[in-house]
Design a protein around this ligand. Structure first.
Ligand code: NG1
Length: 533
């Protein structure tokens, strides 16, 4: 197969809705599945071009719409080290997707080729995977056509969680190097994580069973498969919401997004004081934990709580290992609860950066630390170890048994944590490792700090693009004057904080508010929403 302009032109899949404009945003392309066939074809071409540009390195394509409803779908590209597509290429993705007709498409392709000095005859390798959505089968065919006309060596990895695909891309590109990330198979992923977990909890008593809500998505079969690698006496898990065959069930009244936004357990979950629950989202790249306390009150342990737990544990290990050169940092967004930021900066004394919403922003900022812990409040995040930190952990020689234990624990964490992207299975194992080592209940974990009451409201406006922000999205610069009005409202509330930004994934504006009490928080959120409307 080779790169063939005439075939690229003649095989183009027409746009279903002429007037629709596609944007490659923080989550790639995402919209109603029926609008995506033309986009998939072009993403195939884009992935090929990206691979050719990078000397034939393997590029990943994941078809999923994550926590969105079942009728939606989406697609995102994965760069060679398992990271999200480099930002400068997002514009190419958008231009390709909006090109109507063969000639327009060929023109955009030529522009990308020229701008990046791509040798169209260079080799290209692309792997792809997809979630459980019924629309995936059809969309995969469109992607395959795009890969074929552009001459990529394409490999279908089938049903995968998003983080598994990221893992596979990194493994393939680092195979047979000193930087090898693991065996490039699903089994390799299970083995790596399960072995690291066994090491991490060695000698500790197993905790009570954990119930995992898999959002009726791909996390269900994959978690079940993974558990075959972990004996029941090491980790005990009950799986719920694992129906991936009935139509309409994916993410419906369950999953991480439901639990985080509704601040309640999915209907039907038999949650009682003492039990420990977590929820994945539809492609298993997010996780939140929760429990009911002794008073029967629902308590959410979200991404902020996970970040706090992970930072606390890693800082102690680094200290016990006697490796003072390794500095830990945490990255959050404006949606992080004010109490969590306070806990991190005042109690843990760890540096915290705040960046714009979207995992790519957090990921890049986290790379600036020796160990960068990053989580969005909604449960999407991971921990990154810099190459120097990895090397230090590997080469430090212990002088005492306690120091050896800490170094071994750190080493196991570097294997346990999926360092390409947030991963519900891997993050779950991280939390379980920490709780097991501490012999903690969720209630004890939750004691680190008390969340300020908070409210997230979605406001549908005529044109969300008029809302322009600065300062990691915490302040509006346009519409002119609106920020002043928000500030005046916020000033009336103790511990008040509120900000407004346009969603990158939905046609709406989001209003966030927090304050000392539930009533004040709701009032502040609704008043700010009225300003926006
Ligand atoms: P938008 O729609 O831009 O707010 C949402 C989430 C992000 C991130 C992206 C990508 C909130 C408030 N926003 O972004 O954190 O996860 O989706 O999926 O949770």
């Amino acid at each position: 197969t080779s790169f063939d302009y005439s075939s690229i032109k003649s095989n183009i899949i027409a746009h279903k809705v002429e007037s629709y404009t596609y944007t490659y945003g923080t989550a790639g392309f995402r919209t109603k599945a029926e609008l995506l066939d033309s986009v998939m074809y072009k993403v195939g071409i884009l992935a090929t071009l990206r691979s050719k540009k990078l000397g034939g390195a393997t590029i990943g394509v994941m078809i999923t719409a994550s926590h969105n409803p079942e009728e939606d779908n989406g697609v995102k590209l994965v760069d060679p080290r398992g990271e999200m597509l480099e930002q400068s290429w997002e514009g190419y993705a958008t231009s390709l997707a909006n090109a109507k007709g063969g000639d327009a498409l060929a023109e955009v392709v030529e522009e990308i080729v020229a701008a990046n000095k791509i040798d169209t005859e260079a080799p290209a390798a692309v792997i792809y995977g997809y979630d459980t959505r019924p629309s995936c089968a059809e969309l995969v065919k469109c992607l395959e056509l795009g890969l074929e006309v552009s001459g990529a060596k394409a490999t279908n990895f089938g049903l995968k969680t998003t983080p598994m695909l990221h893992y596979l891309v990194r493994c393939i590109n680092t195979a047979n190097t000193s930087d090898s990330y693991g065996e490039p198979t699903e089994e390799g992923y299970y083995k790596k994580l399960s072995e690291a977990f066994k090491t991490s909890v060695k000698g500790k008593s197993r905790l009570s069973p954990l119930t995992v809500d898999c959002a009726n998505g791909v996390g269900a079969p994959k978690l079940r498969e993974f558990l075959r690698y972990l004996p029941e006496d090491v980790l005990s898990v009950n799986i719920m919401n694992d129906d991936v065959t009935s139509l309409g069930k994916l993410n419906k009244d369950c999953g991480a997004d439901y639990v985080k936004t509704q601040q309640r357990a999915p209907p039907g979950s038999k949650i009682a004081p003492g039990s420990r629950f977590c929820s994945y989202d539809g492609d298993a790249d997010r996780i939140v934990y929760y429990f009911v306390d002794s008073n029967g009150t629902f308590r959410l342990l979200d991404g902020d709580k996970i970040a706090g737990l992970a930072a606390m544990f890693i800082m102690e290990l680094v200290h016990d290992a006697g490796i003072s050169s390794i500095k830990v940092g945490v990255v959050q967004t404006a949606y992080a609860n004010g109490s969590s930021t306070n806990y991190l900066t005042k109690v843990l004394n760890v540096p915290v950066s705040c960046v714009s919403t979207g995992v790519k922003h957090l990921h890049h900022e986290a790379e600036k630390y020796d160990v960068g812990v990053y989580f969005e409040a909604n449960g999407h995040g991971t921990v990154l170890f810099s190459p120097e930190a990895l090397n230090t952990i590997k080469t430090t020689e212990a002088k005492t048994p306690a120091q050896k234990h800490a170094i071994d624990q750190l080493q196991a964490l570097t294997e346990l944590i999926n360092q390409t992207v947030g991963d519900a299975i891997s993050d779950m194992l991280l939390v379980e490792t920490i709780l097991t080592n501490r012999q903690w209940t969720c209630e004890e974990w939750n004691q680190a700090y008390t969340d300020l009451p908070n409210r997230l409201v979605k406001v549908v406006v005529k044109d969300r693009h008029i809302f322009k922000t600065t300062n990691a999205e915490r302040q509006l610069v346009e519409p002119v004057g609106l920020q002043g009005e928000i500030d005046a409202l916020v000033a009336k509330y103790a511990n008040g904080r509120s900000f407004v930004r346009a969603s990158g994934t939905e046609d709406a504006v989001r209003v966030y508010a927090e304050a000392s009490t539930r009533a004040e928080t709701d009032e502040l959120a609704s008043k700010v929403a009225q300003l926006v409307y």
